[in-house]
Design a protein around this ligand. Structure first.
Ligand SMILES: [Zn+2]
Ligand SMILES: [Zn+2]
Length: 247
């Protein structure tokens, strides 16, 4: 009985969360009215850029050839064991991720966490714990929430895995995408620290983030986690920027 009540409360909470944050009952993409308990109308859902074609077996980015490693991650993402992403970072998805990240549209994070859950259930690797890419205390205060943490917590709950807030970001960094590879490495030195080493030791860690751009942030975090004894580090993101050699 208690279980049933808890389940009902959970559903009620999810309903209010969704419709209070999205009170118009409209498609998150085109704004058309929808009548099903969905986030998108059928047309917009079909048009989403799912990353479902040929991908790099390592970093999970869309590639043109069925090579095992794309040129973007080869010999670069060495501490990360495998990365996968739900979408290609383009068009509507790029817009919606920004809305979830900067415009307080947190109900979209629930949708993205559901897609991450479906993606994880299709993989051959399994994780022991879930972690997220952290923000500095200052940035967190400014934005009010860490989108990666919300994603990771919802995802962990969906998958029945423990979420461990084991990482700390100690200083701000410049935007990685605008820097050269060498500058990126320098920019990330001394930025991340593993706070709960005991909980990471001998575990397979699944790191959650919003977008894979260069992958260098997740790579340095994976290096730190492995330094703390993690057995494996995987990365799941909502979307990844296809490698340069695609164009
Ligand atoms: Zn629509
Ligand atoms: Zn790759």
């Amino acid at each position: 009985m208690a279980k049933k009540v808890a389940k009902f409360c959970e559903r009620l909470k999810a309903f209010f969360k969704k419709y209070l944050f999205n009170p118009t009952w409209r498609c998150a993409s085109c704004g058309r009215e929808i009548f099903e308990d969905e986030y998108f109308c059928k047309d917009c859902y079909k048009a989403l850029p799912f990353n479902s074609g040929v991908i790099c077996d390592h970093c999970g980015r869309q590639t043109i050839a069925s090579e095992n490693y794309c040129s973007t991650c080869k010999n670069v993402l060495v501490s990360l064991d495998k990365c996968r992403s739900v979408f290609n970072y383009e068009g509507k998805i790029a817009f919606l991720i920004k809305q979830a990240k900067y415009e307080n549209k947190k109900y979209l994070l629930d949708y993205f966490a559901n897609e991450l859950t479906a993606l994880y259930k299709n993989q051959s690797f399994t994780a022991d714990i879930v972690a997220c890419v952290p923000m500095t205390r200052k940035s967190l205060k400014k934005r009010g929430y860490n989108q990666s943490k919300i994603l990771a917590q919802t995802f962990a709950k969906n998958c029945n895995l423990p979420f461990i807030d084991c990482l700390v970001k100690e200083k701000e960094t410049s935007r990685q995408a605008t820097l050269s590879r060498q500058e990126r490495r320098k920019n990330l030195q001394g930025v991340f620290r593993v706070a709960k080493r005991k909980e990471v030791k001998d575990k397979s860690v699944l790191l959650i983030d919003d977008v894979t751009t260069t992958g260098s942030t997740a790579e340095i975090i994976a290096k730190r986690l492995k330094g703390a004894g993690a057995k494996a580090v995987y990365l799941l993101t909502i979307a990844s920027v296809p490698p340069i050699d695609k164009y």
